[in-house]
Design a protein around this ligand. Structure first.
Ligand code: DQA
Length: 139
């Protein structure tokens, strides 16, 4: 059984309430229940933090034992050299995901400190971006 973890960055705890026209109306907790039902062949852990250092700590903690990390670093994607370095430092493969198509939005969202260090990037499919990332590890 593949051991996976979804790591979500700042403001993603507000999914369902936050800008629903961009991020949808479903809460991440509800989505996670469906996700776990759909992929019984994988164990899917979940971690969310609004704090950059906590995200780095978690990446380091799981980054040598897990089979895959699905990382939506949210706004830190565009600013955090530290998270980019953490992704580079670990052994576990990382898929970067975004709910929205960041390239169709403001230019500051076109820059990612994560992308150069990941196996792949999936963006723009709503919450389904996470399904696609999980499938890339298990199918
Ligand atoms: C996001 C895109 C980021 O630009 C933004 O700061 C987020 C969410 C996404 O999933 O679409 O918080 O990562």
């Amino acid at each position: 059984m593949k051991k996976l973890i979804i790591i979500n960055g700042p403001n993603l705890n507000l999914l369902g309430k936050r800008e629903p026209e961009i991020y949808g109306k479903e809460t991440f907790n509800d989505y996670l229940i469906t996700l776990k039902k759909n992929y019984k062949g994988a164990s899917i852990d979940y971690f969310q933090s609004n704090i950059e250092g906590e995200l780095i700590d978690k990446i380091q903690e799981v980054g040598f034992t897990y089979d895959g990390i699905i990382l939506n670093a949210a706004a830190y994607t565009h600013t955090s050299v530290g998270i980019g370095d953490a992704v580079k430092a670990i052994e576990t493969a990382v898929i970067e995901v975004h709910i929205s198509n960041t390239f169709a939005r403001e230019t500051f969202r076109h820059q990612s400190y994560i992308s150069p260090n990941v196996k792949g990037v999936i963006l723009g499919f709503g919450l389904k971006s996470y399904n696609l990332a999980i499938e890339s590890f298990i199918l």
